[in-house]
Design a protein around this ligand. Structure first.
Ligand code: PHE
Length: 431
């Protein structure tokens, strides 16, 4: 079977940006930043992205381009001994949707209430009673899973590429309109100060690990998603340019999301450290007070839905591509089997806020446990291994891919020595 390919360079860029820009930017980034001191977190996060994460990102793109394989096959081809690591990446990418799609289900619910103009008086109360139910959150998460699965089911060009080309530009446009509106609010100045004026006394090692986890999560690094999308790229794609474009757009969108959210938070007297509920309680509370509550709320949650589904597609595709080759099944069968596995793990995750709220792992409910374990443990650990494998086990990676020039030498030294040491340090001191 001929290997699928993006139909153009721009489709590749849009798809990887679509993978990177998701709930990580709009839901996770503001709430984590709000909990970790605002500007100081933003600064750490930006430094980590610019100086650290660019290297594993390039590695994943190179691995995708060189081997043109799914994640498990690519690591097995580098060395059969590394096949287990390919599977660890796939396990990680299967665990992520088990909380991500729960949030997807919440989004569907909010779209529904704004669409039908059933806006509750008190969102805090509403959200806690809604999320603690059994059937509706469960049904909506599974619905979100099915909506996402349609695209990998249909294949690279007809499904994934089309979805991204339409949804991503629309998403960017909606976001900019909302951010411009937010900075005209009375609390904008305070919100922007919180976001951009660092307080260095809040700097600590746990925060650095959280910032690293967030940076990896938002760039979709550390579980093979970029390897998979990279494997569909055309031979002559410029990887370095692609990596910078990806980082630029992902960071820009996260920062615009912050510029949209924090002025709102301060204008309406909400605490920025409200946590995972920031988007689902504080923001709708604000929309409800605006002149056209159902329209603003609807636009916002549709925007969040687009962002979530294009990332969800890449999450599914990463696992689907490996299942197709490892189990020798059709794309449709692989998508079907994976949807069942993810669906089964997602159900207890949706129940974490009600029926199973007393069940805790390591002091966290099942949902938070999945979120924490993937972002703060698996992604940093996987990224460390990706750097070590790419640096030490792929012969002449930098010479062949970048060239024997200053850039190539620096990349090599960073990849082999500096980045692994920094990653080990951040992981150990953060835990
Ligand atoms: N980067 C995506 C986001 O920020 C999430 C994601 C994780 C996508 C892993 C693909 C793989 O929402």
């Amino acid at each position: 079977m001929e290997k699928a390919q993006w139909s153009s360079h721009i489709s590749f860029i849009i798809a990887t940006v679509g993978s990177a820009v998701g709930l990580g930017n709009i839901w996770r980034f503001p709430y984590i930043m709000g909990k970790n001191g605002g500007a100081i977190f933003l600064l750490t996060y930006l430094l980590l992205i610019a100086f650290i994460c660019i290297i594993p990102l390039l590695c994943e793109l190179f691995i995708g381009k060189i081997y043109k394989k799914d994640t498990v096959s690519a690591f097995a081809e580098i060395n059969p001994k590394f096949k287990w690591f390919g599977w660890l990446c796939i396990i990680t990418v299967i665990l992520i949707p088990c909380f991500y799609f729960v949030v997807g289900g919440w989004i569907l619910n909010y779209i529904w209430i704004f669409l039908t103009n059933r806006i509750p008086d008190n969102f805090a109360q509403y959200f806690s009673s809604f999320s603690s139910q059994v059937t509706i959150p469960c049904f909506l998460s599974i619905l979100f899973l099915l909506m996402t699965s349609i695209f990998p089911f249909r294949g690279v060009n007809k499904g994934i590429e089309k979805a991204n080309n339409i949804m991503m530009p629309l998403f960017a446009l909606m976001l900019i309109i909302m951010a411009v509106y937010a900075v005209t609010l009375p609390g904008a100045k305070e919100g922007l100060t919180f976001m951009f004026k660092p307080n260095f006394s809040q700097f600590n090692s746990a925060m650095v690990l959280t910032a690293l986890g967030q940076a990896l999560f938002t760039l979709s690094i550390g579980m093979g998603a970029i390897i998979t999308y990279g494997s569909y790229m055309k031979k002559d794609t410029n990887i370095i340019k692609s990596a910078y474009t990806l980082i630029f757009f992902d960071t820009l969108i996260a920062v615009i999301a912050g510029i949209m959210i924090f002025p709102i938070v301060f204008s309406f007297g909400v605490t920025p450290s409200a946590g995972a509920t920031l988007v689902f309680i504080s923001l709708p509370e604000m929309f409800a007070k605006l002149p056209f509550p159902s329209i603003t709320g609807l636009i916002f949650f549709i925007l969040l839905f687009f962002a979530a589904i294009t990332s969800g597609i890449s999450i599914m595709e990463t696992a689907v591509a490996s299942f197709i080759n490892q189990f020798n099944v059709s794309r449709q069968k692989a998508t079907f089997i994976l949807s069942i596995i993810i669906g089964i793990i997602t159900i207890p995750s949706t129940l974490s806020f009600g029926l199973l709220s007393d069940f805790s792992l390591n002091g966290k409910n099942f949902f938070d446990f999945l979120d924490y374990t993937t972002s703060n443990i698996l992604l940093p650990f996987n990224t460390l291994l990706i750097c070590l494998i790419a640096g030490w086990c792929i012969k002449g990676l930098w010479k062949n891919e970048i060239g024997e020039n200053f850039l190539g030498y620096s990349f090599n030294i960073l990849l082999k020595f500096i980045i692994p040491v920094i990653l080990i340090y951040v992981i150990l001191s953060g835990i």
